[in-house]
Ligand binder design. Structure first.
Ligand code: CTP
Length: 398
């Protein structure tokens, strides 16, 4: 029952194919999904909000403010969705999304969404072939949208050609198979590390780094969604959700992280080491606060354990170890070197030279390099989408 309990947002824009959506909603609701409809004003000419709210058993939203003057929080709508489908997608809304215009509730929800977004463009044959439409669609694709290509057949204009929105049963099958695919790690135990480490200098100071912990959290979410049993060992972060559906082991220092990994690694199938572990720690941690003096202060540092390299030594047959490499120079060479040195099956490389990648951003641009030499570079995406890409790549290894 892959759809049971899933929150599906359906966006409807003003095209004749909107008449097929009530049937799709019925199929989704029957399969146990919670369906939330957002429609543009233009869509109301093709299908009524009353039909849609009756079938979805939920209010239908179309503007930022309800008739009663209540604000519809597009951020909340965007964040609770497990999947968003815009069907039909008109050339007009397509252009808005490609340009990043948040003029109506639907486009604002899409722009705030972290869930995967599927779009089903439907228009006349010539419109679908038009240069700007083609360009906008490839832009959406590069933003990480899933494009459902229109089918060939008879069109509302009387012409025939490519432009028809697929039948509700086909759209339903696409949504269902999305959730089936995401169960690829069912039965697997996944150990993830994330966040920075803090290496104490004295009771009030530490050596840390700029990692927010978001990547580790996004990976834990994506692996849980893929059906895995997840333990997230994380350094200090303020980004953890309340009541996460996975086990959280909070740690502070590299040493504590090493102990936690050593404890949980033997029974794990997959280790994903996304933590930004400090390579050095103060040799002598003062028990009282260091007082200010006019003379220079030297803090002597010693190396911390290389957790991933140690796990690489402990690795048994069938275990999969994944590392990260955040580089500024000679990116690929360094990543390949780490892959070998730490006995990894896959390494996720991100370069600080790429704009929008690395610490402090909600986005990232990665290249995944596998042990067998296969490599794949992805466009700049949200950290949630990046996490899903990584998990999907891992599911090919298990
Ligand atoms: N790592 C680790 N323990 C450390 C340092 C790093 O487990 N003490 C892991 C990181 O979580 C990451 C991978 O090793 O998955 C590479 O980390 P990175 O800091 O890029 O590499 P280093 O081995 O520390 O090498 P350098 O800092 O010289 O680039």
């Amino acid at each position: 029952m892959p759809l049971r309990g899933k929150n599906i947002v359906i966006g409807i824009t003003g095209g004749i194919a909107a008449y097929k959506i009530p049937l799709l909603i019925r199929l989704l609701v029957k399969a146990g999904a919670n369906v939330q409809v957002i429609m543009t004003e233009a869509a109301k000419a093709f299908v009524t909000p009353l039909t849609l709210s009756t079938l979805s058993r939920n209010p239908v939203y179309s503007s930022f403010v309800s008739e009663a003057g209540q604000w519809h929080n597009h951020i909340a709508l965007a964040h609770t969705a497990d999947l968003i489908l815009i069907a039909p997608l008109t050339a007009n809304t397509l252009a808005d999304l490609a340009m990043g215009k948040a003029e109506n509730l639907l486009s604002a929800v899409i722009m705030s969404a972290e869930a995967p977004v599927y779009v089903s463009p439907a228009m006349d044959r010539e419109m679908y072939r038009y240069g700007a439409v083609r360009e906008n669609l490839s832009k959406l694709k590069s933003f990480g949208f899933h494009i459902i290509p229109p089918e060939e057949g008879e069109l509302a204009s009387g012409l025939s050609g490519q432009g028809r929105m697929p039948e509700p049963e086909t759209l339903f099958a696409i949504i269902r198979s999305h959730f089936k695919q995401t169960q690829a790690l069912k039965g697997k135990k996944v150990l993830i590390t994330g966040g920075p480490t803090y290496e104490p200098i004295d009771p009030v100071r530490f050596i840390g780094n700029r990692s927010s912990g978001k990547t580790g959290i996004a990976l834990a979410e994506a692996a849980t969604q893929a059906g895995a049993e997840v333990i997230l060992i994380t350094g200090p972060t303020t980004c953890l959700p309340g009541n996460p559906p996975y086990t959280v082991v909070p740690v502070e220092s590299a040493g504590e992280m090493y102990q936690a990994v050593k404890k949980h690694y033997p029974e794990s199938d997959i280790l994903i080491m996304s933590a930004a572990v400090s390579d050095y720690k103060p040799v002598d941690v003062k028990s009282s606060k260091i007082k200010k003096h006019s003379a220079r202060l030297n803090i002597e540092l010693e190396p911390t354990p290389d957790i991933l390299a140690e796990a690489g030594k402990m690795k048994r047959q069938g275990q999969i170890n994944i590392g990260f490499a955040l580089e500024t120079d000679d990116e690929k060479k360094n990543a390949l070197d780490k892959l070998k040195r730490k006995n990894l099956d896959m390494i996720v490389l991100n370069s600080l030279k790429d704009e929008g990648a690395g610490f402090g951003y909600d986005t990232n641009k990665i290249t995944i390099i596998r042990k067998d030499g296969q490599e794949k570079t992805y466009p700049l995406k949200s950290k949630h989408e990046v996490a899903r890409d990584i998990i999907s790549e891992i599911s090919h290894l298990v």
